[in-house]
Structures are given as C-alpha cells and as structure tokens.
Design a protein around this ligand. Structure first.
Ligand code: ASP
Ligand code: MG
Length: 421
C-alpha cells in the first residue's frame, strides 16, 4: 500500500486533473490511498467568503461563494460525460452545506465558521476527481475523511484523536480496498464528535497523508508537487539552487527549523516513527528522480541554504550594567511565549542579550516596550539571516561577500550569519 498526496496545483485545471489520472494509471494493481487538496487557490477564495460573512457582508459572501461554485461546476462539465449528473448532485449537496450557514448571522467564533466553509474546497475537489477517474476506468472509492478523522474542537488547528481515528481507519477505510485499489479522500479536514467540521492548519493535507500512511502501515508516502525535487535553497532567491535527491527525517526537521519551506515537521513525525519513506515527486514529469526522505544517516549532504529576509535585531542591555543572568533571560523567554514570537537566533553576552526575529512590526513594538521595563532596548531593522547547513568556506565566502556582518554563530554543522540587507 502506498499513500499519495496531490496538492492544489496538481488539480488546478482540466488538463492537470487528467494528468493525475495518467500518473495513477502507472500504478495499476497497487493499493493506493490518495489524498487530494482543494483545486488551485480555492482555499484562499473560501477564506475570503468567510471574512465577508463574518463582517456581516452576507451578499458579498454569497457572491464570492457563487464564483467558487461556478468554477467547480465548469471543471466538472469539461471533465465528465456519463458521470456529470451524479457529480453535480454531490457538489450541490456540499454547496448547500455551506450556503445554509452563510444565510445565517454569525453568532459563534470566527474559526468555527472558517472550518465549516473552508472544508468545502477539499470536498468539491475530491468529488470531481473521483468521478472523473471512475469515468476514465480508474476505479476508486471516494470517502468523506470527516467520517474518519476525529479531532477536538480547536478550530483551524484541530488535534487528531489518534485512537478513534485509527479504529475508523481500520473499520471503514481498509474494507474499501476490497472494492477498488484506490481509495480517494481529502486532507486537511476532520470533524468533532458533534460532527462539526474542523481543519488542521494551512497546508495540512501533507500531514493527513502522513497520518494515513502511519495508520495503514504504508510502504511509502509520495507528495506530488510542481517542483522537480527538494532543493538546497529557494530557487526564487537563488536561481542556481540544486536538487537534493536524498535526505533524512532529521535533516528535514532541521531545515524547517531554520526556515526552509520544505516539509512541515508535523508531517515528518508520523512517518519517522514508523520508518516510512517519503518521496517528493514532480507531477509535471514523473520520470524525474525527485527526493526520497528516510531514516538512514547520509554520508554527504550539499550545503543547504536558508535566507530569511526582513529580520530585526533587538539588543537588550541591563540598565545598571549588571550581568544578564538567568533572571533577565527567563523574563525575556516569558515575554516571547506571551507574545507568541519565536527568535530565529539568540546570543547572550555579559551585559546584553541579542535576539533576531521576523520583523512583524506590531509584535516587535510590543516586545520592545515590555522588555524596556528591565533593559535598555535597541532595535535594528532591515537585516537578513543566512543559515547554511553543511557549509564550506567557499560557499560561505561567496554568500557573505560585500555584506556587513552583525552577528555570527556556528557549530560544526551549521553556520548562521546576520547581515545588513
Ligand atoms: N487546501 C489546504 C491549503 O491550501 C490544505 C492543503 O492543501 O494542504 O492550505
Ligand atoms: Mg497546498
């Protein structure tokens, strides 16, 4: 059994949906649990619907929702012949589910409405793809993951009830494989014990796929993306970024920690616990090698570069020139926790403590203000934080030439340099 996850970009047009079918055909005879995201930018569009609704602009909300409806109906029309009517009926049931709510006035919290509306994106997308695949003789069983994934009611960031979900996977998902080799479902969404829809946080469907992989003891998980593989740097920042074909779980967790937009550690964990390899493959060209992420240690890894722009440095000096001790530092970490900020780099000296953070103006202002009760605070903006794992002198020299460096920290494996932009 394999678990596949197709992201929104892989199903954002009629051609792309057909392409998913072509990929699945290559795996004929294998059992596949397939998770598919909302089409293209549907999740963003639905977020706008919820915002309008919550601000009391009912007409606007309904109108924005109408656009989402029409897009999906049009896609279904182009993809389907014999299955169209059945698909249309299924889509309409989901439309009704959301509209029924949009006609009311908001009386509960925003996040609750968010989840009830936004979950529709994955339901519509998977319904269309499932009907299309069945019509194209790629037999599959569609299932509503909200009947499987039980969560708490922490809307927009719901936590999975592992035990209940596992028993549902065993009793309701496993038997579906007797009917067809492919079981097709949604990621990112679940439901509470009161049948309210929940979501697991943006980009949550990679995580759903990993949970399925773990619970089904899958041989592997594959995430189908529009990039050729995981790269050693963001190609948008560094056009000569190189593909990395092999990584291990710990390296991916480290990369994510330093800010690389790779795979979320939350997704890695269930796979790591069971030693299930994760493949990243390109849906545009499945023949490309892609990346495999596993548990084995690797002899060689290329320099991996993460550049975080828009950083701010706060230098906090004790007011009376006393040493900055546990008491001061403890106080600062309480502030970080309270304001929900995470320093990207810290350094403690005799009479000052330096931290580097993403420059979110409002939070930084609050932090500086609160810290000024205990410290003299100096704020320096417009900085970049460069992190290189497995650095070589050559790569480092190249990256920092002609920049002025404010701070530098290094271990045998990782170097971090704070630079003026
Ligand atoms: N559709 C959701 C999002 O765009 C979940 C996902 O694709 O992972 O965040
Ligand atoms: Mg996505």
């Amino acid at each position: 059994m394999k678990v596949f996850k197709f992201g929104g970009a892989s199903v954002n047009s009629v051609e792309r949906v057909k392409n998913v079918g072509d990929i699945l055909k290559k795996y004929t005879g294998e059992k596949l649990l397939v998770v598919i995201s909302a089409m293209g930018k549907t999740t963003n569009a639905l977020e706008k619907v919820v915002q309008a609704f919550y601000h009391g602009n009912k007409e606007e909300a309904l109108q924005l929702f109408e656009q989402v409806k029409q897009q999906h109906l049009t896609t279904a029309k182009y993809l389907l012949v014999t299955g169209y009517l059945a698909c249309e009926q299924q889509l309409k049931d989901f439309f009704t589910e959301a509209e029924w709510l949009l006609h009311d006035k908001p009386v509960r919290e925003y996040d609750y409405y968010y989840d009830q509306v936004v979950c529709v994106g994955e339901l519509l997308s998977t319904a269309i793809v499932s009907h299309y695949l069945n019509e194209a003789c790629i037999a599959n069983s569609w299932t509503d993951v909200r009947d499987i994934f039980r969560t708490d009611d922490n809307f927009r960031d719901a936590n999975i009830d592992w035990e209940f979900t596992l028993s549902k996977v065993r009793s309701s998902v496993v038997p579906l494989f007797n009917e067809s080799d492919i079981v097709l479902t949604q990621g990112f969404i679940g439901a509470t014990d009161e049948n309210e829809s929940t979501t697991l946080g943006r980009e949550g469907s990679d995580y759903t796929a990993a949970v399925f992989a773990s619970m089904l003891d899958a041989d592997s998980q594959t995430i189908w993306k529009d990039v050729e593989s995981v790269m050693n740097a963001d190609p948008k920042q560094f056009p000569d970024a190189q593909p990395i074909h092999e990584l291990n779980y710990n390296e991916v967790i480290e990369m994510a920690y330093y800010g690389a937009q790779v795979i979320h550690p939350k997704t890695i964990k269930p796979l790591q616990n069971k030693g299930i390899p994760l493949y990243v493959k390109c849906f545009l060209d499945p023949a490309l090698e892609g990346t495999v992420i596993h548990s084995q240690s690797l002899k060689y890894l290329p320099p991996i570069i993460v550049l975080k722009e828009n950083q701010v440095m706060l230098e906090m000096s004790s007011k009376d020139f006393s040493f900055v001790g546990e008491h001061h530092v403890g106080h600062l970490y309480h502030l970080f926790e309270k304001l929900k900020v995470k320093p990207n780099l810290t350094q403690n000296g005799a009479i000052s403590f330096v931290c580097v953070l993403d420059d979110r103006a409002e939070k930084i202002e609050k932090l500086a203000l609160e810290a000024s009760a205990l410290f003299d605070v100096q704020v320096v903006r417009g900085l970049s934080l460069l992190t290189i794992r497995h650095y070589t002198t050559e790569v480092l020299e190249k990256m920092i030439k002609e920049t002025s460096i404010l701070l530098r920290q290094q271990t045998p494996e990782t170097i971090q340099v704070l630079m003026k932009q």
